[in-house]
Design a protein. Structure first.
Length: 316
């Protein structure tokens, strides 16, 4: 099978039929063998009913329905697990991503040598204040932090080799950072393609300004996980030892000064009245706690079980 098209969605009843027709047209024009996997992330409208109708009419349509809304990352995780195509395309269901871009993305993966190709919505039809400007700031920070030189991390239109999606773990709200996850997993050939961005035709956006706050918090998380996710002791242990040594040095200083004054028969102040006593005490306690945090992190990392992140109520 050439292509698996993975489409997460939430309350997109107005666009699904039109999107399906558009995808089928592109697949027929390019003679692709394909499957389309719709992941209904807890829609409360008629989205799942429409997916059932599409699947009944077209055997290439598959569906996954979540018991409730779990988020885009969980939807992509479920879609990636089900996908069987040589190349996996992800796109949004709101018709802002054009299926006409699929052949170009497919070619870049199959003949261009890329493990992953991300779309770049160079010309956007979103609000400048609520989306464009925050997106530019967010993408700049993501480039600087991750080292992945993409202009549009959050573009839903992406293409992957099958081996990539089977070897990355998309959880939380990490769908924004799939290229970073891929790079950390050893898939460093990441390309970018300018794609058409269309104005939303049906419904309303499911994302507000809070997604950018969450995005920056997730950026810190992905930075930490990429560097210390497999070895938390290297961070917490190192900081703990450093803090403990600062405290120990302060304690040695206090003791040395006390002995010095006693040896020279000078009047020495009480240890409890010496500010260095509190510096030593606090830093040694913090150092011990940081070291224990790293130690516990190592234990949890080695004993954790894969938790159930979502519940699927129906599949097609």
């Amino acid at each position: 099978m050439n292509l698996s098209i993975v489409i997460p969605l939430l309350n997109e009843e107005g666009s699904l039929s039109e999107l399906h027709q558009w995808i089928v047209k592109v697949m027929a024009e390019n003679n692709f063998s394909y499957e389309v996997i719709f992941i209904d992330d807890g829609s409360t409208d008629a989205s799942w009913k429409i997916i059932q109708q599409l699947a009944a009419a077209n055997p290439s349509i598959k569906g996954i329905r979540f018991h409730r809304n779990y988020g885009k990352s969980q939807a992509l995780h479920a879609g990636f697990a089900k996908a069987q195509g040589d190349v996996i395309i992800t796109m949004d269901a709101d018709l802002q991503d054009s299926p006409d871009e699929i052949p170009g993305l497919y070619t870049m993966v199959t003949t261009g040598g890329f493990d992953l190709v991300s779309g770049w919505k160079k010309k956007r039809y979103d609000s400048i204040v609520s989306k464009n400007m925050p997106s530019k700031l967010f993408n700049w920070a993501a480039r600087r932090t991750s080292g992945v030189k993409l202009h549009d991390f959050n573009c839903g239109l992406k293409a992957y080799k099958n081996i990539v999606v089977k070897n990355i773990e998309v959880s939380g709200e990490m769908h924004r950072y799939i290229p970073v996850l891929a790079k950390n997993a050893g898939f460093a050939k990441i390309g970018e393609k300018v794609v058409i961005h269309q104005a939303r035709k049906y419904g309303t956006t499911k994302f507000g300004m809070e997604r950018f706050i969450n995005g920056f918090l997730d950026l810190i998380t992905i930075w930490f996980l990429s560097r210390f996710g497999k070895r938390p002791m290297h961070l917490f242990g190192a900081l703990g030892v450093l803090m403990f040594l600062i405290g120990l040095g302060s304690a040695v200083y206090i003791g040395a000064m006390k002995l010095y004054k006693l040896y020279h028969h000078e009047k020495a102040i009480l240890v409890a009245n010496n500010p260095w006593f509190y510096i030593a005490l606090v830093t040694m306690i913090i150092g011990t706690q940081l070291f224990l945090a790293g130690f516990l992190g190592e234990i949890i990392l080695r004993t954790k079980n894969n938790e159930e992140r979502y519940k699927i109520s129906e599949t097609l």
